[in-house]
Design a protein around this ligand. Structure first.
Ligand SMILES: Nc1ncnc2c1ncn2[C@@H]1O[C@H](COP(=O)(O)OP(=O)(O)OP(=O)(O)O)[C@@H](O)[C@H]1O
Length: 304
């Protein structure tokens, strides 16, 4: 069932940009990604969902509440991590978390949350003395401390090193099992591909694609590439003749075959028919990265 519903959301700024027409639904328990190039309207969208920005038009509902109504019940349901956390310089990590936890009825245990986010040693450190990555982790912790049903995380791992990023991903994967709904704004395709059940790609203030990462990758029709070392010489003509295959080439002892989603099964069947096995088999799938570049480039063409 949808816990977030957005229909025809619009928000203009004096300069004219913003969000033109955004719509999607997020089911309870989903991790939903919002992707798009700089200035696409991602932050504007999540700020309207979080009730931080007034929309011009359209419908937004979070757990049955309109964020524009500023209902106290919605505050209990929603946790928000913003791109920049604005805390007093002198507040310590533990104090900030205790303060935020006090706003909620059933908050996380602070010691456990700081450990999970790698902030245990910083509990008594003042905000101004934290590194950029530590500030980022604290802002994620502040969004999650109230055990929200819906958490909005904007650029949650920007500024984190690869190790810290993986720790935050681990925390989100754990959270998934608690049934929390996560709305992530991300620039990292790897992050979206790993974490998100579905994503919306926004470009120039509109949704240009919506689906699972795998569906979007498939939709761009990116060719798959398989490579293998045959156990005996194969006739390239028999491989090339398969309808799923668009190209084949032998480099040294390695055969490279390009084709569509059916290619791997068809090539392996053709080899088996010749009594040949495929050693060192590798298959490269099109990625969300490929889909993103293709969708956003096409979006630009159609809006210009
Ligand atoms: N307060 C504002 N006043 C005027 N224009 C704004 C304001 N906030 C955003 N914009 C413009 O609205 C558009 C969408 O901005 P938004 O921050 O939502 O995009 P974004 O996709 O989150 O970008 P980024 O990835 O760079 O954070 C941009 O063209 C931006 O310049």
């Amino acid at each position: 069932m949808a816990i977030i519903r957005v229909e025809h959301l619009s928000k203009g700024y004096p300069g004219g940009r913003g969000v033109v027409d955004v719509g999607f639904e997020v089911d309870e328990g989903e991790i939903f990604g919002i992707l798009g190039p700089n200035g696409a309207g991602k932050t504007t969208t999540v700020e309207c969902i979080g009730g931080l920005r007034a929309r011009d038009g359209g419908v937004v509902e979070v757990a049955g509440h309109d964020p524009a109504d500023e209902s106290p019940d919605l505050r209990e349901v929603l946790g928000i991590q913003l791109q920049e956390s604005l805390l007093p310089d002198k507040i310590r990590v533990g104090e900030a978390l205790s303060l935020y936890a006090s706003f909620y009825r059933n908050p996380f245990d602070i010691a456990e949350l700081t450990e999970r986010l790698g902030l245990g040693p910083q509990r008594d450190v003042a905000f101004s003395r934290l590194s950029g990555g530590q500030k980022q982790r604290l802002s994620v912790a502040l969004a999650l401390v109230g055990r929200p049903r819906v958490a909005i995380l904007d650029e949650l791992t920007t500024g984190l090193d690869p190790q810290a990023r993986r720790e935050v991903w681990g925390l989100l994967e754990d959270l998934r099992t608690t049934g929390v709904t996560l709305l992530l704004v991300s620039h990292f395709m790897e992050e979206a591909q790993r974490l998100c059940d579905r994503v919306a790609v926004i470009d120039s203030g509109r949704v240009v694609a919506l689906g699972t990462p795998a569906e979007l990758a498939d939709r761009v029709g990116g060719a798959q590439v398989m490579t293998f070392v045959p156990s005996a010489p194969v006739d390239p003509g028999t491989i090339r003749a398969l309808t799923a295959v668009s190209d084949t080439e032998t480099r040294g002892e390695v055969v490279h075959v390009t084709g569509d989603a059916e290619m791997v099964a068809d090539v392996l069947a053709a080899l088996r028919a010749q009594g040949v096995s495929a050693g060192h088999l590798r298959v490269e799938q099109p990625t969300l990265d490929d889909a993103f570049v293709s969708l956003v480039t096409h979006g630009k063409d159609s809006h210009s």
